[in-house]
Design a protein around this ligand. Structure first.
Ligand code: ZN
Length: 212
């Protein structure tokens, strides 16, 4: 049997010693009373875009879901295993989070795959192409609106457009649309630039991302 990776064991022991033990009261409280985060973050699986790190979060503070390219599929009841919808339902209806943030990022491999759809179709597995097809309308809009732009600029545009698509799709969930209408939850878009560390928030009135 392959042993558990030593590097992970070392890192875990470091966490236990430096983080868990000094905060043991907080962990005991969370274990006893459960979690009550008031913010949900949807982020990419990308190893460079960790919400807990970016928002200096302690355990219990953020309800995080990560998937390829931080996407929310539209509401639909067909199919069987709705991992994204289940996480949203739990966060919104059970935990009653007050803020839901879709956080995209620069250099997103999933978005790049969506943009280069024709090129990657032969090389990607059976899941990525289908998953990223959620961005097809956004992709066509970016291609139409950025003729002559560099590939890099189009990637950035689609990364940001994808955040708006996910916000639109969130609002197709009837319970979310209702709660947002009542002012009991706020939906937000954010974009993290890995090279500069700059986080920007989406202004949905103007469609622009503004540096925080
Ligand atoms: Zn990504």
């Amino acid at each position: 049997m392959t042993p558990f990776p030593e590097r992970l064991t070392d890192r875990y022991r470091r966490f236990k010693h430096r983080h868990f033990e000094p905060n043991i009261a907080r962990y005991e409280e969370l274990a006893t009373y459960g979690q009550a985060p008031d913010v949900m973050i949807v982020s990419c699986c990308d190893s460079r875009v960790d919400p807990e790190t970016i928002f200096s979060a302690m355990p219990g503070e953020l309800f995080v879901m990560r998937n390829v390219a931080n996407l929310i599929p539209p509401f639909e009841t067909g199919g069987t295993y709705h991992g994204v919808s289940a996480a949203i339902e739990f966060a919104v209806l059970n935990l009653r989070v007050k803020h839901l943030v879709i956080m995209g990022h620069s250099g997103c491999g999933g978005v790049k795959a969506a943009l280069d759809r024709e090129a990657v179709r032969e090389t990607q597995g059976q899941f990525i192409t289908k998953w990223m097809s959620m961005l097809e309308s956004a992709r066509l809009a970016v291609l139409a609106g950025h003729q002559g732009a560099s590939h890099k600029d189009m990637e950035t545009a689609l990364e940001k457009e994808g955040i708006k698509t996910s916000l639109q799709n969130l609002r197709t969930f009837p319970f979310l649309a209702e709660l947002e209408g009542k002012g009991r939850i706020a939906l937000h878009g954010a974009y993290f630039d890995i090279a500069t560390g700059q986080l920007s928030a989406l202004n949905e009135s103007t469609g622009d991302f503004c540096a925080l």
